[in-house]
Each structure stands twice: as C-alpha cells, then as structure tokens.
Design a protein around this ligand. Structure first.
Ligand code: PGA
Length: 262
C-alpha cells in the first residue's frame, strides 16, 4: 500500500484526481469504479474542473458504482443514482450508456440474478481499471460491513446500526435509512487493477489505522487491501493521525524518484 498523507482533504483529493486523469488520458476507454458519500465530493469537483479547464474527456469511460440502497428510487434525495448525477455525471461528458449504478428497485427474488448480471457487466467491460473507495468508520468498503466474506461478490447486505447512524444525515429521519443495500463484494473490489482509498477526518482515523497497520481481518474489511497489489491511500492529517508509521509514509512520499511520481 502506498500511504499518501496530505495537509488537507483538498490536497489529497487533487492528487487522487490527478491519478485518475492520468489513467483516463492513457486509456480513454478506461473502466472506473466510483464511490458515493461525503469523501469523494472534492475528488469529483476536481474531475469536473479538469474536464472543463483541461479537456479531460470522459466520453469513452465506463463507470461502475459500488452500491445503492435497496428500496430507493433513482430520484430519491438520498439515492446514490441521484448523488452521482448531481455531483459528477451531469457536469462531465460521460456517455449515459456506459454508466452503471446498482438499482435500488428490486424485489427479493430478483436480487441474485441482478447481482450476477452486475458482475457479468463488469467482466464484460474488461474489468475495473481503477476503483475509488471511501471507508466507513467501521472499516467497511462499498457497503461490505465488518464480518463480510473477504471473497464476497455483488450481493445484498444488511447495514450495521453504526452505518445507518453515520448516513442518517442524508435522510429526513434516522428511521428512513434503509436496512438493506446492494453492494459490490470484497472479492469484486479486489479484482480492480488499482484501488484508490480516500479517507478524511478524525472519525476515520481508527478505521484507517486498522486497515493499513492492523491484521487482515473481515472485522475491518478495508484491511483486505493489504493483499491488493496496487492500492493508494489518500489521507488528510486527521485521518492519518493514528498511523504508527506516519513519519515513514511522509518520507517515502517526499523522496519518491521523479519517474515514480504521479
Ligand atoms: P463517507 O462514507 O464518505 O460519507 O464518510 C464513506 C463510506 O461509508 O464508505
């Protein structure tokens, strides 16, 4: 894992955006995995800026989102469909046909076939080149809550009380937060060629420390990224504050040979 600690979330997000822009410029039909929540907002704002000011072209890019709440229509104020269009897709030249977000409108018996199709679509697109990830305060990636199988595929999951509390701010009342979601599995995420994990703020510090320096365990799903060949972790100082090897990560980043910089 490459641990990149920046003074603030803006600087960390700008670096992550630069990495994505380089991938897309080098491979105009790249397949990008996207995340929702407060964490990627600055990253998406920077991608929009790069599109407007520097001609970053998304017309050939295919996207797959990590997850969606079950029971929410795409136009629901807290749905991840709505989030993605409001915060990214409406502002770049992405081809609507190449956008994939799990549907929230499934009845029970349709779920397994739908999830299999989502997996097939990812594979059919050639696999995910770069997956953007946030991390839950409980260590989840996507909505793979603690205890999720490290080999899991896209499926239905039940949210923990903590995640429902963390996400209540996006709903009119806490009771409205759905209990169930569709999420890419940890095995699905692990097949992405590169993973970019972003985390900002004190509330993520313990989960980040566990993920980066703790044991690989389903109790902190993000820790599985220690087994991923190319993971970059973009943090602000607060999210990195519980890392024991913080000084080392800073040194490595500051002394990277020019040919390794992106
Ligand atoms: P957040 O959520 O970006 O809203 O903090 C991250 C996550 O739950 O993965």
């Amino acid at each position: 894992m490459e641990i990149i600690i920046q003074p603030n979330a803006d600087a960390a997000s700008a670096l992550a955006a630069r990495h994505l822009a380089r991938v897309i410029r080098g491979k105009p039909d790249a397949v990008i995995g996207l995340a929702t929540g407060s964490t990627p907002l600055r990253l998406y704002a920077e991608l929009i800026r790069l599109h407007r000011n520097e001609g970053l072209d998304f017309s050939g890019v295919t996207t797959f989102n990590l997850d969606e709440y079950l029971g929410l229509a795409p136009d629901h104020v807290a749905s991840y469909h709505r989030f993605m269009w409001e915060h990214l897709f409406d502002h770049i030249n992405v081809d609507r046909q190449r956008v994939h977000i799990p549907t929230g409108l499934l009845t029970g018996e349709d779920v397994p076939a739908y999830c299999q199709r989502y997996e097939d679509d990812i594979r059919g697109a050639g696999g995910i080149d770069v997956q953007v990830l946030g991390i839950g305060s409980d260590g989840h990636i996507g909505f793979n809550e603690p205890g999720s199988s490290l080999a899991s595929r896209t499926r239905i999951k039940t949210l923990t009380r903590r995640t429902r509390e963390d996400n209540a701010q996006y709903f009119e009342s806490a009771a409205e937060v759905p209990h169930h979601v569709i999420t890419m599995g940890i095995g699905t995420i692990m097949e992405a060629r590169t993973a970019l994990l972003l985390a900002f703020g004190e509330s993520k510090a313990a989960a980040v420390a566990g993920a980066v320096e703790g044991p690989v365990t389903a109790s902190n799903p993000a820790s599985v990224l220690q087994m991923h060949p190319v993971t970059k972790v973009f943090l602000d100082e607060d999210a990195g504050s519980q890392l024991g090897r913080r000084d080392y990560y800073h040194w490595v980043f500051d002394n990277k040979p020019t040919w390794q910089r992106d």
